[in-house]
Design a protein around this ligand. Structure first.
Ligand SMILES: CC[C@@H](C(=O)O)C(=O)SCCNC(=O)CCNC(=O)[C@H](O)C(C)(C)COP(=O)(O)OP(=O)(O)OC[C@H]1O[C@@H](n2cnc3c(N)ncnc32)[C@H](O)[C@@H]1OP(=O)(O)O
Length: 304
């Protein structure tokens, strides 16, 4: 009876989400680090402009669009707050399997809005903005969805950092990724350096940051920053469909199973081995004997 109750508890979505987040160390910053999200949100929303648009499809693939085309999709302060709200919504999307992150009007993102950057140029506010964006992009990276950054046009500064928070990167022919921070006397602040080292390795990360190298699709593929290159299509809808077709190879199946796959990969990536094994066992317990597993066992299992 205890085993049964234990499995019922494990299957409750809220419990599993809390358990998983605790096991994956929750947020990067909390009040223990002097981080007050409401305080920084109040400062950020003072810098209005653009939006972060979320479109959740019946297919289980959501499309998140950085939408500020008059500023090459630069992040205003209100867009940073928008992004956190969209990520929070996706954290609880039980039918979700995949996510495409794109920019509007044929370009990806040109980083922070420089007008906002100039206005919060003091160290304290700058670090609070970084803590806010690092928390958000870590939650984006830990979504139980398989995510793809669709990079058209330019991905500069924070825009380049943004794509490192996705599981896969598809660069469109002619697109450019550039960590321009050095030219501004900066280093990445949205977590882009920490993630870049894990994506392309220390030496390539040093070249990209130290040299502020312009990474085209060919170089992106060569160093592992890009996972594939797409031919430029005549319109954004076609580009999005190409990205969905690419993603579909990894998300065929029920949401519960795809979400479990992403969770065991996150724990394997982020946790010490013993903790990762324990998390894997917990996640396994949520699908073992579940409806999909029982249906598969009842059928003639032939993996052609
Ligand atoms: C942690 C990193 C984070 C931070 O430190 O806070 C950052 O990301 S800092 C920002 C880093 N990004 C940049 O420095 C990019 C600056 N922009 C450019 O280099 C160029 O605009 C471009 C992206 C290469 C495009 O060039 P081009 O095709 O020639 O178009 P325009 O330059 O004319 O741009 C059109 C329009 O968009 C405005 N714009 C572009 N980027 C930004 C931005 N990051 N912030 C604010 N506004 C931006 C640009 O000013 C033009 O507007 P108008 O002048 O009003 O036409």
């Amino acid at each position: 009876m205890v085993l049964c109750a234990g499995r019922l508890l494990l299957r409750s979505k809220a419990f599993r989400t809390r358990l998983f987040q605790r096991q994956c160390n929750g947020l990067v910053y909390s009040s223990a680090h002097g981080f007050n999200p409401d305080e920084i949100k109040e400062k950020l929303v003072a810098f209005q402009g653009g939006s972060i648009d979320l479109y959740k499809q019946d297919s289980g693939i959501a499309v998140l669009t950085v939408n500020n085309p008059s500023r090459m999709n630069a992040f205003s302060g209100s867009m940073m707050v928008d992004l956190e709200a969209r990520v929070a919504e996706l954290e609880h999307w039980s039918d979700g399997k995949g996510l495409i992150l794109q920019g509007a009007a044929g370009t990806f993102c040109s980083g922070s809005d420089l007008n906002a950057v100039r206005a919060i140029a003091n160290s304290q506010d700058g670090m609070k903005m970084c803590m806010f964006m690092q928390n958000t992009l870590t939650r984006l990276q830990r979504l139980p969805l398989i995510s793809v950054a669709l990079v058209e046009g330019k991905a500069l500064g924070g825009g380049a950092e943004l794509l490192t928070a996705c599981d896969f990167v598809l660069m469109v022919q002619g697109s450019v990724v550039q960590f321009v921070h050095k030219h501004m006397g900066l280093v990445p602040g949205w977590g882009g350096a920490a993630r870049l080292v894990r994506v392309v390795g220390t030496k390539n990360a040093l070249k990209l940051l130290g040299g502020a190298l312009k990474v085209d699709a060919e170089l992106g593929l060569q160093i592992g920053l890009a996972d594939d290159v797409l031919e430029d299509a005549e319109d954004q809808k076609t580009m999005q469909q190409l990205a969905e077709n690419w993603l579909n190879n990894s998300i065929k199946g029920p949401p519960a199973v795809i979400q479990a796959v992403k969770k065991v990969i996150i724990s394997g990536r982020e946790l010490p081995l013993s903790d990762a094994l324990r998390t894997e066992k917990e996640v396994f317990g949520t699908v073992w004997g579940g409806p999909v597993n029982l249906q598969a066992l009842a059928s003639k299992l032939k993996h052609k």
